[in-house]
Design a protein around this ligand. Structure first.
Ligand code: ADP
Length: 448
């Protein structure tokens, strides 16, 4: 009972019943309409109808003599409609009325044009006239007519109702079939992780639904793939330091390596690496799940930038890289988590220093657009090849895994930076033409 196709069919059924009632109610008025006269005319002219009978009568008798007797034997031929608002009478070729209550009257020639001519063997012999009357037919006759009309009406209604109901069932079944298929596909995703695409068919709404479903299915599949990759990546990243730790510890136990401070220091470095990795992952997962607690306070971004640049000053000097800052004279106030932004900026500067050879330069600049602060870290290092540029913000992505080992990164730094900046409602992007010496530029835009 609660199924859509049954409900729709019931609605169709209700509409049909209501329509039938309305038809039955209005049928009383029907005979008065011009359209009904047209129908009557067709009925009179139909094979086996009144016209044919009149022609046969004329052929047999050679004239209209005694037509009244013939006429009175078949009263139902001249009263029409439940209330008999119309009557039919026969006129001869000259327009003289032969039947009905005004026998003998001559109808003017101009009115004959509107009547049905009785043509027998090519010769005009008379007319059939359909008239509106106020006269009531006898009661018994009225009942006969009423019955005749309501029978026809009932038959038509039943046939139409049957067809409509059938059409309704077929239509509502075809409407609900794609929805059922969608439900099956959704269940397949839920229980068996089968990311299906459904066929886009049916009405516009159902097609929209199917399209949205397909997009969702694709996104889920993508997310599932990312999740699997993430687990694989994490396992891979953890395995390397763990293997080193286990190997070295085993070697110490087997007296291959001495239990010296140098050895312990190497092992400690590996545990620090592991600790950093776990921390990074934790922060990244929080930021991506939008659970990061941001301590938003208004502060001067120019000051924070100057601090970070100063912080990396000595490192840059050691590496022989010129680190400069181009800051606006007036303060640029943003409402953000200063510690997180310092972390992001620090990450970009340290990346820039790590990927720029000695003698190169790194410039940090800050400016403002209409409603945003624009922070850029531009280096003159090795640059990022175009093929890699779209992926560098993804987790664990490294342009060259062997080289970035030197920098100690796991490929999470930029992913964390992006998550932090986006948590602030900002954007981060990278540009580089991949030419060594021209370097790359990372730009952060933050709402002011
Ligand atoms: P990592 O921890 O390896 O540095 P990141 O997420 O910070 O990971 O960076 C991802 C990759 O993007 C790096 O491995 C490096 O190849 C590339 N990259 C980042 N910054 C720069 C830069 N300034 N110049 C050239 N390549 C860079």
């Amino acid at each position: 009972m609660n199924r859509l196709w049954i409900r729709l069919s019931l609605v169709f059924g209700a509409v049909i019943v209501i329509t039938s009632i309305v038809i039955a109610l209005t049928s009383n008025l029907l005979p008065q309409t011009e359209a009904f006269r047209g129908i009557m005319r067709d009925e009179i002219n139909a094979p086996g109808g009144l016209m044919e009978n009149l022609r046969a009568y004329y052929r047999e008798h050679g004239s209209w003599t005694d037509i009244t007797t013939f006429w009175e034997q078949r009263p139902e031929s001249f009263w029409i409609g439940p209330d008999a608002k119309l009557t039919v009478s026969v006129l001869d070729a000259d327009g003289s009325v032969l039947t009905g209550k005004s026998v003998g009257d001559i109808v003017p020639a101009s009115r004959l044009d509107n009547m049905l001519p009785i043509v027998v063997d090519g010769v005009l012999r008379g007319y059939v006239q359909i008239e509106r009357v106020t006269l009531q037919p006898p009661d018994s006759l009225n009942a006969v007519l009423m019955q005749r009309l309501s029978h026809t009406l009932l038959n038509i209604t039943l046939i139409v109702a049957g067809i409509s109901l059938l059409a309704g069932i077929v239509m509502s079944r075809s409407l609900t079939a794609p929805i059922s298929r969608l439900a099956a596909a959704a269940r397949a995703i839920g229980s068996r992780k089968q990311y299906q695409q459904v066929q886009i068919e049916g009405s516009k709404e159902v097609r929209d639904l199917a399209q949205a479903f397909n997009e969702m299915s694709r996104d889920l599949e993508q997310a599932e793939r990312l999740r699997r990759n993430l687990v694989a990546d994490v396992a891979h990243e953890l395995r390397t330091p763990l293997t080193v730790l286990q190997g070295n510890l085993q070697a110490i136990l087997d007296d291959v390596y001495p239990l010296s401070k140098v050895e312990i220091n190497r092992l400690y470095e590996q545990t620090r690496l592991l600790g950093r990795l776990v921390n990074d992952l934790h922060e990244l997962s929080q930021a991506e799940a939008s659970q990061l607690k941001l301590n938003r306070q208004p502060f001067n971004l120019a000051e924070l930038t100057a601090d970070q640049v100063e912080l990396f000053g000595s490192l840059a000097e050691q590496e022989g890289i010129k680190l400069t800052a181009d800051l606006p004279a007036q303060p640029l106030t943003v409402k953000a988590d200063a510690a997180r932004l310092a972390q992001v900026l620090g990450n970009l500067i340290s990346n820039a220093l790590a990927h720029t050879p000695s003698g190169g330069s790194v410039e940090v600049s800050l400016s403002s657009e209409t409603d945003r602060a624009v922070l850029t870290v531009q280096d003159s290092g090795e640059g990022i090849p175009n093929a890699h540029l779209p992926y560098i913000f993804e987790r664990f992505y490294r342009v060259d895994s062997s080289r970035s080992r030197r920098t100690g990164g796991a490929g999470l730094g930029l992913a964390i930076a992006r998550a932090f900046v986006e948590a602030h409602g900002g954007t981060i992007s990278a540009t580089s033409d991949g030419i060594a010496g021209k370097g790359s530029a990372f730009t952060i835009k933050l709402p002011l």
